[in-house]
Design a protein. Structure first.
Length: 319
């Protein structure tokens, strides 16, 4: 079976699995995630969640884009739309692919943060299943400039999960500067009276979330993973200051956003129930449907500061 066929079958299979997600979690069985493995060099493989992927295709001739970032190598036509193509190796600091290397390379067309973007990679390997609880956070020694959100072991190899949000922020720096959101004084005071928790493993996403609230002088808590978030919520509840609004990413090492949501909803009297907003780069009907099934109140696609703040205000009416 070709990789393209396997990817399509993966998407169809995943869709059916999402329909029984709550039952799967309640029974404590596996909650698998599918990753596409690919190479930027001839060394260690990288991984990308298949929910972000629209199509995998061989390299095609591109139209050059003047005055663009050096990693943006052109645009291609994809289902009637012009889609920019980024040399992923060049974007994260490796040598760009040569003209000869491009001939045997692949383009991964993704749907991320409300836009379609193609990523040129040296080669694709296969699709694997893993669980987010088996994904380890990157070592602190890598610093805050590493394009990695997690590491997973597969067949005695370490697979690096790419931080696509950081990559896009470096290529399109204007994308991380949200427009000013106008709120009334009453709305601002409502947000100030809430205990808000932000959870995201991407430093770019955390900055976007923080900037949106900082601009309104609204305080908040922040963690980088679901496990720390759950611990913080339990402690806050014991201290009599429960979290009112939980804004969480979906794809995170350890405890992902779906499982965090399910655990919060399944906590009984241990937690006063917050308004839960799952906030993700996945632009997928499947991810929204699953978010509702596990108990989220809303699911938003990153990043629209106005949409997010108004979702918090809707939450304030219910907590």
């Amino acid at each position: 079976m070709s990789l393209l066929a396997a990817w399509y079958r993966s998407a169809v299979t995943l869709s059916s699995k999402l329909l029984t997600g709550c039952k799967v979690m309640a029974e404590g069985t596996k909650h698998p995630q599918k990753l596409l493995l690919f190479y930027l060099t001839n060394q260690r493989p990288f991984g990308l969640g298949t929910l972000k992927i629209r199509e995998i295709m061989p390299f095609v001739p591109l139209t050059r884009l003047p005055h663009s970032h050096s990693a943006v190598i052109g645009t291609m036509s994809f289902r009637g739309s012009a889609v920019p193509v980024i040399d992923m190796a060049a974007a994260v600091g490796y040598p760009p692919l040569t003209e000869d290397e491009r001939k045997t390379a692949s383009i991964i067309v993704t749907d991320i943060q409300r836009q379609e973007i193609g990523f040129l990679v040296r080669s694709v390997r296969k699709i694997i299943e893993t669980e987010w609880k088996d994904v380890l956070p990157p070592p602190r020694s890598l610093g805050d400039k590493a394009f990695i959100t997690g590491l997973v072991n597969f067949e005695d190899q370490i697979v690096q999960l790419l931080d696509v949000e950081l990559l896009l922020a470096r290529v399109y720096p204007e994308s991380i500067n949200p427009r000013e959101v106008v709120l009334t004084d009453v709305q601002r005071e409502i947000l100030k009276g809430l205990n808000i928790l932000l959870v995201d493993d991407s430093q770019v996403a955390r900055k976007q979330l923080s900037d949106a609230l900082d601009s309104k002088d609204v305080s908040y808590f922040v963690t980088t993973n679901g496990r720390d978030a759950l611990d913080l919520m339990l402690n806050a509840n014991r201290d009599g200051k429960p979290i009112n609004i939980l804004v969480s990413d979906i794809e995170m090492p350890g405890l992902d956003g779906y499982e965090l949501t399910f655990d919060v909803r399944d906590s009984g009297n241990a937690l006063k129930q917050p308004y839960i907003i799952l906030h993700t780069s996945l632009n997928s009907e499947m991810s929204v449907s699953y978010a509702k099934q596990v108990g989220a109140d809303e699911a938003l696609t990153k990043f629209d500061a106005e949409e997010l703040l108004h979702a918090m205000l809707r939450g304030a009416e219910q907590v």
